[in-house]
Write a protein that binds this ligand. Structure first.
Ligand SMILES: C[S@@+](CC[C@H](N)C(=O)[O-])C[C@H]1O[C@@H](n2cnc3c(N)ncnc32)[C@H](O)[C@@H]1O
Length: 267
Protein backbone atom coordinates (compact mmCIF):
# COMPACT_ATOMS: atom_id res chain seq x y z
CA UNK A 1 0.00 0.00 0.00
CA UNK A 2 1.48 3.36 -1.00
CA UNK A 3 1.72 6.05 1.65
CA UNK A 4 1.34 9.76 0.97
CA UNK A 5 -1.26 12.35 0.16
CA UNK A 6 -3.50 11.62 -2.85
CA UNK A 7 -1.67 13.83 -5.38
CA UNK A 8 1.75 12.41 -4.61
CA UNK A 9 0.31 8.91 -4.58
CA UNK A 10 -0.84 9.49 -8.16
CA UNK A 11 2.69 10.55 -9.10
CA UNK A 12 4.25 7.54 -7.35
CA UNK A 13 2.24 5.27 -9.62
CA UNK A 14 3.80 6.94 -12.67
CA UNK A 15 7.28 6.27 -11.27
CA UNK A 16 6.54 2.65 -10.54
CA UNK A 17 4.92 2.06 -13.94
CA UNK A 18 7.76 3.77 -15.85
CA UNK A 19 10.40 1.82 -13.91
CA UNK A 20 8.61 -1.50 -14.45
CA UNK A 21 8.29 -0.78 -18.16
CA UNK A 22 12.01 0.03 -18.44
CA UNK A 23 12.96 -3.11 -16.49
CA UNK A 24 10.75 -5.24 -18.74
CA UNK A 25 12.73 -3.98 -21.74
CA UNK A 26 15.97 -5.26 -20.20
CA UNK A 27 15.03 -8.63 -18.74
CA UNK A 28 18.63 -9.84 -19.15
CA UNK A 29 19.88 -7.84 -16.16
CA UNK A 30 18.62 -7.17 -12.63
CA UNK A 31 17.33 -3.61 -12.61
CA UNK A 32 19.51 -1.33 -10.47
CA UNK A 33 17.77 1.80 -9.26
CA UNK A 34 19.04 4.88 -7.43
CA UNK A 35 16.32 6.88 -5.72
CA UNK A 36 17.47 10.45 -5.05
CA UNK A 37 15.99 12.51 -2.18
CA UNK A 38 13.87 9.59 -0.99
CA UNK A 39 12.24 11.25 2.02
CA UNK A 40 9.93 8.66 3.59
CA UNK A 41 10.79 6.19 0.86
CA UNK A 42 8.08 6.41 -1.74
CA UNK A 43 7.91 5.57 -4.59
CA UNK A 44 11.00 3.42 -4.05
CA UNK A 45 9.37 1.03 -1.58
CA UNK A 46 6.40 0.36 -3.81
CA UNK A 47 8.80 -0.39 -6.63
CA UNK A 48 10.65 -2.90 -4.42
CA UNK A 49 7.32 -4.52 -3.56
CA UNK A 50 6.09 -4.67 -7.12
CA UNK A 51 9.20 -5.51 -9.16
CA UNK A 52 10.77 -8.79 -8.06
CA UNK A 53 14.58 -8.77 -8.07
CA UNK A 54 14.93 -5.00 -8.36
CA UNK A 55 17.96 -3.58 -6.53
CA UNK A 56 17.00 -0.18 -5.09
CA UNK A 57 19.25 2.25 -3.19
CA UNK A 58 17.41 5.02 -1.36
CA UNK A 59 19.30 8.24 -0.67
CA UNK A 60 18.62 11.58 0.98
CA UNK A 61 20.98 14.28 2.19
CA UNK A 62 19.10 14.50 5.49
CA UNK A 63 20.36 11.72 7.75
CA UNK A 64 17.11 11.92 9.74
CA UNK A 65 15.06 11.19 6.63
CA UNK A 66 17.22 8.18 5.79
CA UNK A 67 16.54 6.82 9.29
CA UNK A 68 12.80 7.44 8.85
CA UNK A 69 12.90 5.52 5.56
CA UNK A 70 14.84 2.65 7.21
CA UNK A 71 12.17 2.37 9.91
CA UNK A 72 9.45 2.43 7.29
CA UNK A 73 11.21 -0.41 5.43
CA UNK A 74 11.34 -2.46 8.64
CA UNK A 75 7.62 -1.89 9.22
CA UNK A 76 6.83 -3.01 5.69
CA UNK A 77 9.10 -6.03 5.89
CA UNK A 78 11.34 -4.74 3.10
CA UNK A 79 14.77 -6.27 3.53
CA UNK A 80 16.39 -5.82 0.13
CA UNK A 81 16.52 -2.01 -0.13
CA UNK A 82 19.83 -0.23 0.51
CA UNK A 83 20.16 3.16 2.19
CA UNK A 84 22.79 5.86 1.93
CA UNK A 85 23.07 9.50 2.99
CA UNK A 86 23.88 11.37 -0.23
CA UNK A 87 23.41 14.73 -1.87
CA UNK A 88 21.52 14.31 -5.14
CA UNK A 89 23.87 16.79 -6.77
CA UNK A 90 27.02 14.91 -5.79
CA UNK A 91 26.89 11.17 -6.34
CA UNK A 92 30.66 10.74 -6.24
CA UNK A 93 30.18 7.67 -4.02
CA UNK A 94 29.18 5.83 -7.20
CA UNK A 95 31.21 5.29 -10.35
CA UNK A 96 29.89 6.22 -13.79
CA UNK A 97 27.54 3.78 -15.56
CA UNK A 98 26.20 2.10 -12.42
CA UNK A 99 22.41 2.40 -12.56
CA UNK A 100 19.63 1.41 -14.94
CA UNK A 101 17.31 3.99 -13.44
CA UNK A 102 17.85 7.17 -11.41
CA UNK A 103 14.62 8.54 -10.04
CA UNK A 104 13.75 11.55 -7.96
CA UNK A 105 10.25 12.34 -6.78
CA UNK A 106 9.46 15.99 -6.04
CA UNK A 107 12.90 17.20 -5.01
CA UNK A 108 14.95 18.24 -8.05
CA UNK A 109 13.61 21.78 -7.67
CA UNK A 110 15.36 21.92 -4.29
CA UNK A 111 18.70 21.36 -6.02
CA UNK A 112 20.74 22.99 -8.75
CA UNK A 113 18.95 21.01 -11.47
CA UNK A 114 21.76 21.21 -14.00
CA UNK A 115 24.31 19.85 -11.52
CA UNK A 116 21.91 17.17 -10.34
CA UNK A 117 20.89 16.00 -13.80
CA UNK A 118 24.53 15.86 -14.92
CA UNK A 119 25.31 13.62 -11.96
CA UNK A 120 22.32 11.39 -12.63
CA UNK A 121 23.41 11.02 -16.23
CA UNK A 122 26.96 10.17 -15.17
CA UNK A 123 25.86 7.32 -12.89
CA UNK A 124 23.31 5.97 -15.39
CA UNK A 125 24.35 3.13 -17.65
CA UNK A 126 24.12 3.80 -21.38
CA UNK A 127 20.45 3.40 -22.25
CA UNK A 128 19.54 4.13 -18.63
CA UNK A 129 16.43 6.06 -17.67
CA UNK A 130 15.92 9.03 -15.41
CA UNK A 131 12.47 9.66 -13.98
CA UNK A 132 11.63 12.74 -11.94
CA UNK A 133 8.66 14.86 -10.99
CA UNK A 134 8.13 18.51 -10.20
CA UNK A 135 5.21 20.77 -9.40
CA UNK A 136 4.10 23.64 -11.53
CA UNK A 137 5.26 26.65 -9.56
CA UNK A 138 2.05 28.58 -9.14
CA UNK A 139 0.81 30.80 -6.35
CA UNK A 140 -2.60 29.24 -6.88
CA UNK A 141 -2.01 25.82 -5.42
CA UNK A 142 -0.64 24.07 -2.37
CA UNK A 143 2.98 24.60 -3.44
CA UNK A 144 2.18 28.31 -3.54
CA UNK A 145 0.98 28.14 0.06
CA UNK A 146 4.17 26.37 1.15
CA UNK A 147 6.31 28.83 -0.77
CA UNK A 148 4.56 31.70 1.01
CA UNK A 149 5.20 30.09 4.39
CA UNK A 150 8.83 29.41 3.57
CA UNK A 151 9.40 32.93 2.25
CA UNK A 152 7.95 34.40 5.47
CA UNK A 153 9.33 31.98 8.04
CA UNK A 154 12.61 30.87 6.50
CA UNK A 155 13.58 33.31 3.75
CA UNK A 156 16.20 32.02 1.35
CA UNK A 157 15.74 28.40 2.40
CA UNK A 158 14.13 27.17 -0.79
CA UNK A 159 17.23 26.56 -2.87
CA UNK A 160 17.27 29.54 -5.20
CA UNK A 161 16.86 28.30 -8.72
CA UNK A 162 19.87 29.32 -10.76
CA UNK A 163 19.41 31.85 -13.54
CA UNK A 164 17.42 31.43 -16.72
CA UNK A 165 16.56 28.00 -17.89
CA UNK A 166 16.24 26.32 -14.49
CA UNK A 167 12.52 26.77 -14.06
CA UNK A 168 11.56 23.25 -13.10
CA UNK A 169 7.86 24.08 -12.92
CA UNK A 170 7.41 24.26 -16.68
CA UNK A 171 7.91 21.47 -19.16
CA UNK A 172 9.64 23.29 -21.98
CA UNK A 173 12.75 24.65 -20.19
CA UNK A 174 13.29 21.31 -18.46
CA UNK A 175 13.03 19.40 -21.74
CA UNK A 176 15.51 21.86 -23.25
CA UNK A 177 17.86 21.41 -20.30
CA UNK A 178 17.66 17.62 -20.66
CA UNK A 179 18.50 17.87 -24.33
CA UNK A 180 21.33 20.35 -23.66
CA UNK A 181 22.81 17.88 -21.15
CA UNK A 182 22.72 15.10 -23.73
CA UNK A 183 19.67 13.13 -22.61
CA UNK A 184 17.53 11.72 -25.42
CA UNK A 185 13.84 10.88 -25.89
CA UNK A 186 12.85 13.24 -23.09
CA UNK A 187 9.16 13.58 -22.39
CA UNK A 188 6.89 15.29 -19.90
CA UNK A 189 3.43 14.34 -18.78
CA UNK A 190 1.37 16.97 -16.99
CA UNK A 191 -1.31 15.81 -14.56
CA UNK A 192 -3.81 18.06 -12.81
CA UNK A 193 -4.96 16.99 -9.38
CA UNK A 194 -7.30 19.10 -7.27
CA UNK A 195 -6.48 18.95 -3.57
CA UNK A 196 -8.86 18.96 -0.62
CA UNK A 197 -7.37 19.20 2.87
CA UNK A 198 -9.81 18.87 5.78
CA UNK A 199 -9.32 21.41 8.56
CA UNK A 200 -8.14 18.62 10.85
CA UNK A 201 -5.55 17.57 8.24
CA UNK A 202 -3.85 20.96 7.90
CA UNK A 203 -1.22 20.19 10.61
CA UNK A 204 -0.29 17.08 8.60
CA UNK A 205 0.82 19.33 5.75
CA UNK A 206 3.79 20.28 7.90
CA UNK A 207 4.78 16.63 8.19
CA UNK A 208 5.64 16.37 4.52
CA UNK A 209 9.37 15.58 4.19
CA UNK A 210 10.23 18.97 2.70
CA UNK A 211 8.61 20.93 5.53
CA UNK A 212 9.69 18.41 8.19
CA UNK A 213 13.34 18.80 7.12
CA UNK A 214 13.03 22.57 7.19
CA UNK A 215 11.38 22.61 10.62
CA UNK A 216 14.04 20.27 11.99
CA UNK A 217 16.73 22.59 10.68
CA UNK A 218 15.15 25.85 11.85
CA UNK A 219 13.83 24.96 15.31
CA UNK A 220 14.66 23.07 18.49
CA UNK A 221 12.11 20.44 19.59
CA UNK A 222 9.70 21.69 22.26
CA UNK A 223 8.25 25.15 22.80
CA UNK A 224 10.23 26.81 20.01
CA UNK A 225 9.03 24.27 17.45
CA UNK A 226 5.44 24.50 18.67
CA UNK A 227 5.49 28.29 18.31
CA UNK A 228 7.00 28.03 14.81
CA UNK A 229 4.33 25.55 13.75
CA UNK A 230 1.55 27.70 15.19
CA UNK A 231 2.74 30.74 13.28
CA UNK A 232 3.23 28.75 10.05
CA UNK A 233 -0.27 27.29 10.44
CA UNK A 234 -1.77 30.74 10.78
CA UNK A 235 0.15 32.01 7.71
CA UNK A 236 -1.15 29.01 5.77
CA UNK A 237 -4.78 29.66 6.77
CA UNK A 238 -4.53 33.43 6.12
CA UNK A 239 -2.93 32.89 2.73
CA UNK A 240 -5.52 30.26 1.81
CA UNK A 241 -8.26 32.71 2.80
CA UNK A 242 -6.74 35.51 0.70
CA UNK A 243 -6.53 33.19 -2.30
CA UNK A 244 -10.13 32.01 -1.82
CA UNK A 245 -9.05 28.43 -1.07
CA UNK A 246 -10.40 28.43 2.47
CA UNK A 247 -13.86 26.87 2.81
CA UNK A 248 -16.49 27.65 5.43
CA UNK A 249 -15.72 24.47 7.36
CA UNK A 250 -12.02 25.44 7.61
CA UNK A 251 -10.86 23.01 4.93
CA UNK A 252 -8.58 24.07 2.07
CA UNK A 253 -9.46 23.37 -1.58
CA UNK A 254 -6.86 24.09 -4.22
CA UNK A 255 -8.70 23.54 -7.47
CA UNK A 256 -5.70 23.10 -9.69
CA UNK A 257 -2.46 21.42 -8.79
CA UNK A 258 -0.29 20.38 -11.69
CA UNK A 259 2.46 17.83 -11.43
CA UNK A 260 5.04 17.39 -14.16
CA UNK A 261 6.43 13.95 -14.67
CA UNK A 262 9.62 13.72 -16.76
CA UNK A 263 11.43 10.78 -18.31
CA UNK A 264 14.64 10.86 -20.37
CA UNK A 265 17.34 8.42 -21.41
CA UNK A 266 21.12 8.44 -21.43
CA UNK A 267 22.18 7.56 -25.00
C1 LIG B 1 9.37 16.86 -0.96
S1 LIG B 1 10.44 15.65 -0.27
C2 LIG B 1 10.27 14.32 -1.42
C3 LIG B 1 10.47 12.99 -0.79
C4 LIG B 1 10.08 11.78 -1.63
N1 LIG B 1 10.94 11.67 -2.79
C5 LIG B 1 8.62 11.84 -2.01
O1 LIG B 1 8.30 12.09 -3.17
O2 LIG B 1 7.76 11.63 -1.14
C6 LIG B 1 12.01 16.30 -0.54
C7 LIG B 1 13.18 15.50 0.05
O3 LIG B 1 14.34 15.95 -0.63
C8 LIG B 1 15.42 15.91 0.25
N2 LIG B 1 16.45 16.76 -0.37
C9 LIG B 1 16.39 18.07 -0.64
N3 LIG B 1 17.51 18.49 -1.26
C10 LIG B 1 18.30 17.41 -1.39
C11 LIG B 1 19.59 17.17 -1.96
N4 LIG B 1 20.30 18.15 -2.49
N5 LIG B 1 20.07 15.91 -1.96
C12 LIG B 1 19.37 14.90 -1.41
N6 LIG B 1 18.17 15.05 -0.83
C13 LIG B 1 17.63 16.29 -0.84
C14 LIG B 1 14.83 16.39 1.57
O4 LIG B 1 15.62 16.02 2.66
C15 LIG B 1 13.46 15.69 1.53
O5 LIG B 1 13.52 14.43 2.15
Amino acid sequence: MMKGSPPTTVAYKYFVDAAKLHASRHPERPCQVLDVASGHGEPAFTLVEQLPGVDVTLTDFAEGMVKVAQLEAQERGITTARFQVADGQDLSTWPANTYDIVMCSFAVFMMDPERALQEWKRVLKPGGLTIFSTWRMSEHDLMGLWRTIISKMAPGEMVALPEGIKDMGNAEPVLQLLSQLGFVDASCREVNVPIHVAASGIPDLFRNPMMAALIEKKTQPGAEREAWLKKAHSIMVDTARNRHFLQEDGSIDTPRQTMLFFTAFKP
